[in-house]
Design a protein around this ligand. Structure first.
Ligand code: NAG
Ligand code: NAG
Ligand code: NAG
Length: 410
């Protein structure tokens, strides 16, 4: 039998010393420029608060409950990779690689990425879990082409990518983007980066999306805030699949999310996307998302005051809307959640499988279903289990980039 070893006095002192240092560091963190994304206070459709006595970090949101209660989230960062749900749940990002700390928000150089910059980190061939060492606003000179097996993890700081071209995932897999505020993205000359070759300029301009996903799979975008980009906030096209878009806060934007390249691009039939726990806030007009061909599980989101429509599509996409809250604006002509584009005169849209299951409709909102009501048509693939929409009205929602403090539950 082994005897229990008690720590020596010096070890107690060491622990105490570390605690004091940690408290000191926390107190000196800059408090300015905090993200404005904690939106729970802004939700006026529910005056209900979490009942007292329940552990406040547990919300019923399976992604958040997986890591936000852990005060050591900073040392256990990579645990996040096992918290995804939905079609993108197998995205491991840089879990099996080293941590890489971005220290330099300037010096963006496409052809010779400078060590310490985000571009240097995302263009490495090895898996990397990329983190940041201070609050920073990154203005990119060109599209940020991210290679496979990368996590961009902004927890602990206010990390923004803005007022330049933004993120492109092209022909890659296993990407996690977490806790980044992405806004005011504009088009730029596209870079060409193969998985092995060095980058070059191309003749083509990018669309100016927040996050543009081409021909990629196993992608998870969680707790980001996205607003006011030139084209889409998150677009996924050219046969991309196995994607989860969760816990994001989107606002002030016209065409929020395009899923599927065009009606004739049949490779998008394999597309599977889960859109869960997002908050679609003020000033969004349409495409939350606009879908083609594939299978879209839209679950436990909150939609407020879309200015044209919330969920739309063409070319026979399957749309399974479950447990969402739709709050229409007061404008009588925008009460409908759904919109079918390019419908032919023979009413073939009536065969498209679009259903609303357990959604809460407020202020006159309505969803026009079509196709077969039978669950079988929606069981083609396993995405995730929907919670009752009432959960969304009784727990405080915290979509978007979070303000996580090192050493505390987030
Ligand atoms: C991605 O794949 C497509 C189709 O194979 C190809 O045309 C395109 O050039 C590739 N893009 C990059 C950045 O490698
Ligand atoms: C109501 O919505 C329609 C359709 O988006 C728009 O054309 C119209 O201007 C809106 N009316 C008001 C008073 O905002
Ligand atoms: C909107 O619709 C309601 C109910 O049909 C009606 O009472 C109201 O006058 C309409 N408002 C406008 C601005 O058209």
């Amino acid at each position: 039998m082994r005897s229990i070893r008690y720590p020596k006095m010096t070890e107690y002192f060491l622990i105490l010393f570390c605690l004091v240092i940690m408290l000191f560091l926390r107190a000196t963190l800059p408090s300015s420029a905090r993200p404005l994304m904690q939106i729970s206070e802004a939700i006026d459709w529910s005056s209900a608060r979490r009942p007292l006595g329940i552990e406040p970090c547990r919300t019923g949101n399976p992604i958040d409950d997986c890591w936000r209660c852990d005060p050591d989230w900073e040392t256990n960062r990579k645990m996040l990779a096992d918290c995804a749900v939905g079609f993108g749940r197998n995205a491991i990002g840089g879990r099996d690689g080293k941590l890489y700390v971005v220290k330099d928000s300037e010096n963006d150089d496409l052809l010779n990425p400078v060590p310490g910059t985000l571009r240097y980190a995302v263009t490495q061939d090895e898996p990397l879990w990329i983190i940041f060492d201070h609050d920073m606003v990154i203005h990119l000179e060109e599209e940020l082409l991210v290679k496979s097996y990368k996590t961009i993890d902004g927890r602990g700081f206010n990390v923004q990518i803005s007022n330049g071209p933004c993120i492109t995932l092209e022909n890659v897999s296993n990407i996690i983007i977490h806790n980044i505020y992405i806004h005011d993205c504009i088009p730029a000359w596209k870079a060409m980066v193969g998985e092995t070759e060095s980058p070059q300029h191309s003749e083509e301009k990018s669309d100016g999306d927040g996050i543009s996903i081409f021909g990629s799979r196993d992608v998870w975008i969680d707790h980001c805030t996205l607003a006011n980009c030139h084209d889409g906030l998150i677009d996924a096209v050219y046969g991309s699949t196995a994607i989860t878009i969760s816990n994001n806060f989107m606002f002030h934007h016209n065409e929020a999310m395009l899923m599927g390249h065009n009606d004739d691009f049949l490779a998008d039939k394999n597309m599977q996307v889960t859109i869960a726990f997002n908050f679609f806030g003020e000033g969004l007009v349409q495409r939350m998302p606009r879908c083609r061909h594939g299978y879209f599980h839209i679950v436990n989101n909150v939609y407020t005051e879309w200015e044209m429509y919330a969920i739309g599509g063409s070319a026979n996409p399957t749309i399974n809307s479950q447990g969402n809250v739709f709050i229409a604006s007061d404008n009588n002509s925008t009460k409908e959640v759904t919109k079918r584009e390019y419908v032919s005169e023979n009413d073939d849209w009536k065969n498209w499988n679009w259903r609303s299951d357990g959604d809460v409709m407020l202020n006159g909102a309505f969803f026009t279903p079509s196709g077969r009501e039978t669950p079988a048509s929606y069981m083609r693939a396993t995405s995730m289990v929907a919670r009752p929409a009432s959960h969304l009205t009784t727990t405080a929602l915290s979509a978007g980039a979070l303000h996580c403090m090192i050493g505390k539950q987030c």
